[in-house]
Design a protein around this ligand. Structure first.
Ligand code: UT7
Length: 329
């Protein structure tokens, strides 16, 4: 029997309307467009301003658009896997809320939290459900309302993050396209450099945790930066060597959008020229679990059947990895 591959058959997104520019940020904290552009490469990011709407709202919008675009009925979906660090609630899983909002009733769903590697880890995991023959139509959605955990008084963090959602459809194929190979890694020691101090079972919310601003992102930027550059480069190199992929065989690198300088360092080390690297960080900032599918959505029209894509991420955990995808349409 020929091997079943998990192929991507569609991609859609939802980006909220409100644009938070570097100029507006410069009026909120001691920063400048020049500093943010030079050190991070972000010009603007989108923010979901509505207080009564959360990650599931954006995720459901992206999934609704995906169902329409791929001509799929909600009842055909077997599995919804949601990657997020900003779930609507601690429980239930945001995947289930999204499924309810779009009318997916015949399947199951759960969330993955792998920091900024959430979508990559979710894609790797979902592809196994397809490859084993257990599922026929799977939606992987990354959705983040990062603005709810960003301290807009902390200039080291507030320029970085934005809100957005994007989703892909995964289906089986016996042709050799889709997810070809994955390498995933994590190291919990990295938690000291990047975490949210309170709100979990270690430090439940109290007046003190709120006063101490411990429900916001805590990041030691330079330490995370160093690991991101080295680990994304090494895991991508390992994946390529394992599969006999040379630099010239890679049509596109799809990197996590955390810092333009990180993307440039990783891709220069790999020897992949800038015109083969998807970069949209200047428009959206770091949307955590939504960065990779947001790139796929923006570049979809330029992709050709058989293109070799290398997706790579680094995030809280630490978590990092690389996936080789052969584009299927
Ligand atoms: O997506 C999950 C994984 N996360 C990442 O990959 C993020 C990795 N880290 C980074 O991207 C960078 O470390 C940051 C963008 C977070 C920070 O950039 P940096 O070049 O590493 O800056 P730094 O933290 O070393 O700070 C350099 C200086 C400091 O001033 P002094 O101490 O040299 O006087 C900061 O106070 O820049 C200052 N600074 C700012 N200045 C103006 C920090 N933030 C700002 C700001 N505007 N927004």
């Amino acid at each position: 029997m020929s091997k079943i591959h998990a192929i991507i058959t569609g991609v859609e997104s939802f980006v909220p309307d409100y644009i938070l520019t570097n100029e507006e940020l410069s009026r909120m904290v001691d920063t400048s467009d020049e500093w943010i552009m030079t050190r991070i490469g972000i010009k603007e990011r989108h923010i979901l301003k509505d207080k009564d709407k959360a990650s599931s709202y954006m995720g459901a919008k992206a999934v609704e658009r995906l169902l329409a675009k791929t001509n799929t009925k909600p009842e055909e979906i077997d599995f919804v896997l949601c990657a997020t660090v900003t779930p609507d609630m601690q429980f239930p899983a945001t995947a289930n809320i999204i499924a309810d909002k779009v009318g997916i009733k015949n399947g199951f769903g759960y969330d993955i939290n792998a920091g900024c590697s959430g979508f990559l880890f979710a894609l790797a995991s979902a592809s196994k459900w397809i490859e084993t023959g257990s599922c026929k139509k799977v939606i992987v959605v990354g959705t983040e309302k990062m603005s709810t955990i960003v301290n807009y008084e902390d200039r080291a963090v507030c320029p970085i993050f934005g809100d957005a959602a994007a989703a892909i459809m995964l289906e089986p194929s016996t042709e050799p396209y889709g997810v070809m190979d994955c390498l995933l890694r994590s190291d919990g020691m990295g938690r000291k450099h990047l975490h949210q101090k309170a709100g979990g079972s270690l430090k439940p919310p109290t007046h003190e945790t709120i006063d101490a601003k411990e429900h916001y992102i805590y990041q030691e930027g330079p330490a995370v930066y160093k690991h991101a550059v080295i680990d994304m480069y090494e895991i991508t190199k390992e994946l390529c060597e394992k599969n006999g992929l040379k630099t010239e065989d890679i049509n596109w690198v799809v990197p996590h959008q955390a810092n333009k300088r990180i993307i440039d360092s990783v891709t220069q080390r790999l020897g992949v020229p800038p015109e083969r690297v998807m970069i949209n960080i200047h428009k959206y900032g770091n949307t955590t679990s939504a960065t990779l599918p947001l790139c796929l959505w923006e570049w979809e029209k330029q992709l050709k059947k058989g293109d070799n894509l290398i997706l790579t991420t680094f995030g809280a955990g630490f978590t990092w990895g690389a996936i080789w995808v052969k584009w299927a349409y």
